[in-house]
Ligand binder design. Structure first.
Ligand code: SF4
Length: 359
């Protein structure tokens, strides 16, 4: 049976691309690539994601984690960045190159994607599409069912595996043709176009960019754990060099907690509900500071760390409920790894003091 491998984002366009090809009685296996910047949470429960996509759209999907090569590429993308810290052209080259390598593994004949000519400023111009195909080694193997009739016939079309007449000629930024096609397939519940990649979010992208700049200055490799911490909750870079992540909600607290690793400090209010925070000292950042199991990491000068913990406690109180803030000084529980814990007395941080630390 002819099989197509789809580059699947979860958005409407890639969903439609899969369905257009499935309409031709071609088996479609969709691959959703994940990195800390898009889709990372799906790795917590891949089966649930697979079942949801299948139930909603009838699509068979697999997840593939590209974290390590992606982190390296983001340091220096050959084609540069878009408006924020988004390396869209190199990102697509990497994803397509990886999909091409998966063809043999999955016994698939060709690739499909949901791109539409001229839809996004940089990565979907005709000349850029060519560069992406060339650099990923996918020229002639990649079919774009939503705009195929605006492009020269690809190998699977010439070989008769796919009927070109049953594909589309969408072009430009209008979403109307996609909406109509979604209606035809009975698809009403889908992610917003372009959503889900934090590298296009101005604030988060700046946070990541700053971290890459700091890594280059330190001559360190960026670590996935650090990126995941930086993308969870309110983030502060404290004067002693520590990074503090503070939950915004109960779910946010759990997310921050899940990012904790050995050597990090956990802060929470002892007697009141409020934000939970994880403080990562500078020696616990980057690869070099990562402690071996059961071994405490090197710590920065004790005075710096103590001052950062004091600041972190003040921030936990600043973001606690009104009743706690009005009470003034309170105790914050501070703990690290097993059994190491104490309380810090602090007053809520003043705005003018902590605003420069916000990231
Ligand atoms: S928006 Fe993000 S996921 Fe999409 S191509 Fe650009 S960098 Fe890649």
């Amino acid at each position: 049976m002819t099989t197509a491998l789809a580059l699947y984002s979860g958005g409407l366009d890639s969903t439609l691309a899969c369905r257009v090809i499935m309409e031709q009685n071609i088996r479609v296996v969709a691959v959703k690539f994940v990195t800390p910047f898009f889709g990372a949470d799906l790795l917590k429960d891949p089966e649930k994601y697979q079942q949801t996509v299948h139930r909603k759209y009838g699509i068979e999907v697999i997840l593939r984690d590209l974290t390590e090569p992606y982190l390296r590429m983001l340091a220096r993308p050959a084609h540069g960045y878009g408006k924020n810290f988004n390396p869209c052209v190199d990102c697509k080259i990497m994803l397509m190159g990886e999909a091409k390598r998966m063809l043999a593994e999955l016994g698939a004949d060709f690739l499909i994607s949901g791109e539409v000519l001229g839809q996004r400023p940089m990565s979907q111009r005709r000349d850029t599409l060519r560069v992406i195909e060339r650099d990923s080694g996918c020229a002639d193997l990649l079919l774009r069912p939503l705009c195929a009739r605006n492009l020269p016939p690809t190998k699977p079309e010439r070989e008769g595996l796919v009927d070109r007449g049953k594909m589309y000629d969408f072009k430009g930024r209008s979403r109307t043709p996609q909406m109509k096609l979604a209606e035809y397939f009975g698809i009403s519940d889908y992610e917003s176009p372009g959503g889900g990649c934090v590298l296009t979010d101005p604030n988060l992208a700046q946070r990541i960019r700053d971290h890459y700049v700091a890594a280059a200055a330190e001559e360190k490799a960026v670590q996935a754990d650090d990126i995941l911490l930086l993308l969870s909750g309110r983030i502060f870079q404290l004067p002693g060099g520590s990074i503090l992540a503070l939950g915004r909600t109960e779910a946010g607290n759990q997310r921050v907690l899940s990012r904790r690793r050995p050597g990090d400090w956990l802060l929470n209010l002892r007697d009141d509900p409020g934000p939970l925070a994880v403080l990562r000292p500078p020696a616990n950042l980057w690869a070099a500071g990562y402690p071996a199991p059961g071994q405490a990491p090197d710590q920065p000068a004790a005075a710096d760390l103590a001052a950062d913990l004091q600041r972190a406690a003040a921030l936990v109180l600043r973001y606690a409920g009104k009743a706690v803030r009005q009470r003034g000084r309170a105790a914050v529980e501070v703990s690290r790894d097993e059994g190491e814990s104490h309380a810090i007395e602090a007053a809520p941080a003043r705005d003018e003091e902590f605003i420069p630390w916000r990231r």
